[in-house]
Design a protein around this ligand. Structure first.
Ligand code: NDP
Ligand code: 2IT
Length: 446
């Protein structure tokens, strides 16, 4: 059989760096999805669009040296992948976690290009971070690390160049410290980071945006594709960080029941339904572990070393990390009757898990569409910063709802245009790709 254009680009990417496992996984998914759109559009191959898309514009790697509370000098690695700026400044989060590798940040930067395109806003794609682990560090240590990280990163970013934000291990505290250091070095007050404090250019609803956006997307899928709603549904959510907590909050508001939440050590099961105030106190105020919840909440159970996917649910919302739903987890979920899986995390389902869902008729919403609410509100934060005006919570939230509904509609329109019916995965990849690819052609070879 003749090798297609997309297959050739994938094979070349793999031959160049076979060790970049997560990056290759993300590339393969996107190229497979958009393949049906390529024969009708020879301009993409003629302009080498795919070859250019799988190669970041720039990748930056640097040493981050900082002093811990005991006076010892510690060394971590810092990275920024500036992937593509065809439709706006590079935009995407920073991840601080001991598991961070170049391949993980490269896959996240690649995904971000298409996600940001789907929001309809003017944002290119990028990602960065460090193998620094915030767990167990004092505020002083986190501050000194963030200052050291920004002392190198500042020269590469700017409000019209590259605008970082949070991701795993990076929330309001870390963004604040990095913003302070950028301001100090450049002597300028600009919207160079998003997810900032409300007193210095942050947007209302940014904290809630990824979780809320995931629920707006999922609710729209339930309504338009399944003639259903959240009312009375059992919803399993993994993780217990920023995305999970606000996904749980909106699930409950929409009438769903959440009995489980997790972290990398295990999960809690609460037959009465998760007590959100207690979770917020443990995770957001005390920075504790999910196991603390079971200690403090009567009737709740902590299950060490297991995943939430072993519990029956109607809807699964993976909100922790990449590849957290493996094939066996997917099969367990299917056996227990799951009907819908939408991703709050980036690439949480392995290719085998996605295949298992899709071949059993489980509706599947890919992260780059369903979790785009976070970066969408980051884009709205950039607009407010440029105007030097803050919008109300309702104004931002209403815009977020509109963006998430449009992502569902645009995904379905794209998949139907290429004869694939209502396919949220292929549709999201095609719709995200087309806007970037067309902009690249318009702007000439670079
Ligand atoms: P947080 O740091 O707030 O929370 C991360 C959660 O995931 C924690 O419960 C953490 O547990 C768990 N987790 C992290 N790494 C692993 C791992 N290797 N194995 C198992 N569990 C792990 O991050 P966010 O909530 O911001 O991010 C969660 C996901 O959502 C990520 O995939 C991120 O890329 C994605 N995302 C985030 C957006 C945002 O705006 N923040 C926007 C779009 C997507 P533990 O404490 O034990 O590590
Ligand atoms: O994965 C993501 O979309 C994020 N971590 C948010 C990025 C952003 O720039 O708000």
């Amino acid at each position: 059989m003749k090798t297609t254009y997309a297959q050739k680009v994938y094979a070349d990417a793999e031959a160049r760096a076979p060790w970049e496992k997560e990056f290759l996984q993300a590339v393969r998914e996107v190229l497979t999805s958009i393949e049906p759109a390529l024969p009708d559009n020879p301009q993409y191959e003629a302009n080498a669009i795919l070859e250019r898309l799988v190669e970041p514009d720039r990748q930056i790697k640097f040493r981050v040296a900082w002093v811990d509370d005991a006076g010892r000098t510690q060394v971590n690695r810092g990275y920024r992948f500036e992937f593509n700026n065809a439709i706006g400044p590079y935009k995407g989060g920073l991840r601080f976690h001991s598991s961070v590798t170049a391949s993980i940040l490269k896959f996240l930067g690649f995904e971000q290009v298409f996600k940001n395109s789907l929001t309809g806003l003017w944002m290119g794609g990028g990602k960065g971070g460090s193998d620094f682990d915030t767990h167990g560090k004092s505020d002083g240590e986190v501050m000194r690390f963030c200052q050291a990280f920004m002392t190198e990163l500042y020269r590469h970013i700017g409000p019209d160049t590259d605008v970082p934000a949070g991701d795993i291990g990076v929330g309001g505290r870390e963004v604040g410290y990095m913003y302070g250091q950028y301001k100090r070095i450049r002597n300028e007050f600009t919207g160079v980071l998003t997810g900032k404090g409300l007193a210095f250019g942050g947007s209302l609803a940014r904290t809630e945006a990824t979780g809320y956006g995931l629920l707006y997307y999922t609710d729209e899928v339930l309504k338009t594709m399944m003639n259903d709603s959240f009312d009375g549904k059992t919803v399993s959510i993994s993780g217990s960080g920023n995305v999970s907590i606000f996904a749980a909050e909106k699930t409950m508001e929409l009438g769903g029941r959440v009995h489980v939440l997790s972290d990398s050590s295990g999960y809690v099961y609460d037959p009465e339904g998760i007590d959100l105030d207690l979770i917020k106190e443990i995770k957001l105020v005390r920075r504790g572990r999910i196991s603390d919840y079971a200690k403090e909440r009567k009737g709740a159970e902590y299950v060490e070393g297991k995943k939430v996917w072993e519990r029956p649910c109607d809807i699964a919302l993976p909100c922790a990390t990449q590849n957290e739903i493996e094939e066996a987890d997917a099969k367990e979920l299917i056996k227990n009757g799951v009907k819908l899986v939408t991703e709050g995390a980036n690439m949480p389902s392995t290719p085998e898990a996605i295949e298992a869902f899709r071949s059993s008729g489980v509706v599947f919403g890919p992260g780059k569409a369903s979790n785009a609410g976070g970066v969408a509100v980051s884009g709205l934060e950039m607009s407010q910063d440029s105007q030097r005006l803050a919008w109300t919570f309702e104004e931002v939230d209403t815009r977020l709802q509109g963006i998430m509904k449009k992502i569902v509609a645009d995904s379905l329109a794209a998949s139907n245009r290429y004869g694939m019916g209502n396919d949220l995965l292929n549709g999201a990849n095609i719709a995200g790709f087309e806007r970037v690819a067309n902009a690249m052609i318009d702007q000439g070879v670079y």
